[in-house]
Design a binder for this molecule. Structure first.
Ligand code: PGA
Length: 246
């Protein structure tokens, strides 16, 4: 079978961290220190209030701007929410959707995440769709079923033409920001195979082979290369907490 060179993603998910000053410092350090290789996309996802600030700094650099979420309407009476139109206005190219913190702490359903996926793609933004099982689900051998559901429902109605603007991030909930439980590169690799098999069932082998599937969950400078070295792992989604909260 012909192998495709898949785009690798390196994504910084800043979560609800940084002040404006810290956001500026962090973005400056990344812009100045970064050498971007071919077939690698680097994306920074700061909190909403700093999107404009960081976006301005990224102009002319090799780093793209992403958002951590959005509401699936162009505009309207949705107090506190941010629309895809607003994100496009700020030159955002990407949106993280289905993050486990939204699923488990804010109760976002697969159906609601699907609305966001469809709306984001229709608006012209690229989607990073996060999927992953909890520790309980893993222990009770439900990983495959959970991913199957998250992918089937999350991608419902997504046409195959839009797939080039969609990537998947496998983020086992038990390994996110967790000092005690880390997934091994082998565990991540095994689940990436399941994900690509599912994508292949839905969209066909050729399209599935072209899709970027990245890994996230306590990726650190020390272990990033081991994850990125696994066949089928096309990037890393890196969060992390501030040192004082560790
Ligand atoms: P982490 O977060 O690197 O802190 O585990 C990853 C994420 O939640 O996207």
């Amino acid at each position: 079978m012909k192998t495709h060179i898949r785009q690798k993603f390196i994504v910084g998910n800043w979560k609800m961290h940084t002040t404006a000053f810290e956001a500026e410092q962090l973005a400056r350090g990344i812009i100045d220190g970064l050498v971007v290789a071919d077939h690698v996309t680097v994306i920074l996802c700061p909190p909403f209030p700093y999107l404009a600030l960081v976006g301005d700094m990224l102009k002319g650099s090799q780093v793209a701007l992403g958002a951590q979420n959005m509401y699936p309407q162009a505009e309207g009476a949705f107090t506190g929410e941010v629309s895809p139109t607003m994100l496009l206005d700020l030159s955002c190219g990407y949106v993280i959707l289905g993050h486990s913190e939204g699923r488990h702490k804010l109760g976002e359903s697969d159906e609601f995440i699907n609305q966001k996926v469809v709306c984001t793609l229709a608006a012209g933004l690229d989607v990073i769709l996060c999927v992953g099982e909890t520790l309980e689900q893993r222990k009770s051998k439900q990983t495959e079923a959970v991913l199957d559901r998250q992918l089937s429902t999350g991608l419902a109605g997504v046409p195959s033409e839009a797939l080039s603007r969609l990537s998947i991030a496998y983020e086992p909930v038990w390994a996110i920001g967790n000092d005690e439980h880390h997934a091994t590169p082998q565990q991540a690799h095994d689940v990436h195979l399941l994900i690509r098999r599912k994508l292949s069932q839905v969209y066909g082998e050729t399209r599935a082979q072209k899709m970027t599937v990245q890994y996230g969950g306590s990726v650190e400078p020390e272990n990033a290369a081991a994850f990125l070295g696994q066949p089928g792992i096309d990037g890393v989604l890196i969060g992390g907490r501030q040192p004082e909260s560790r």
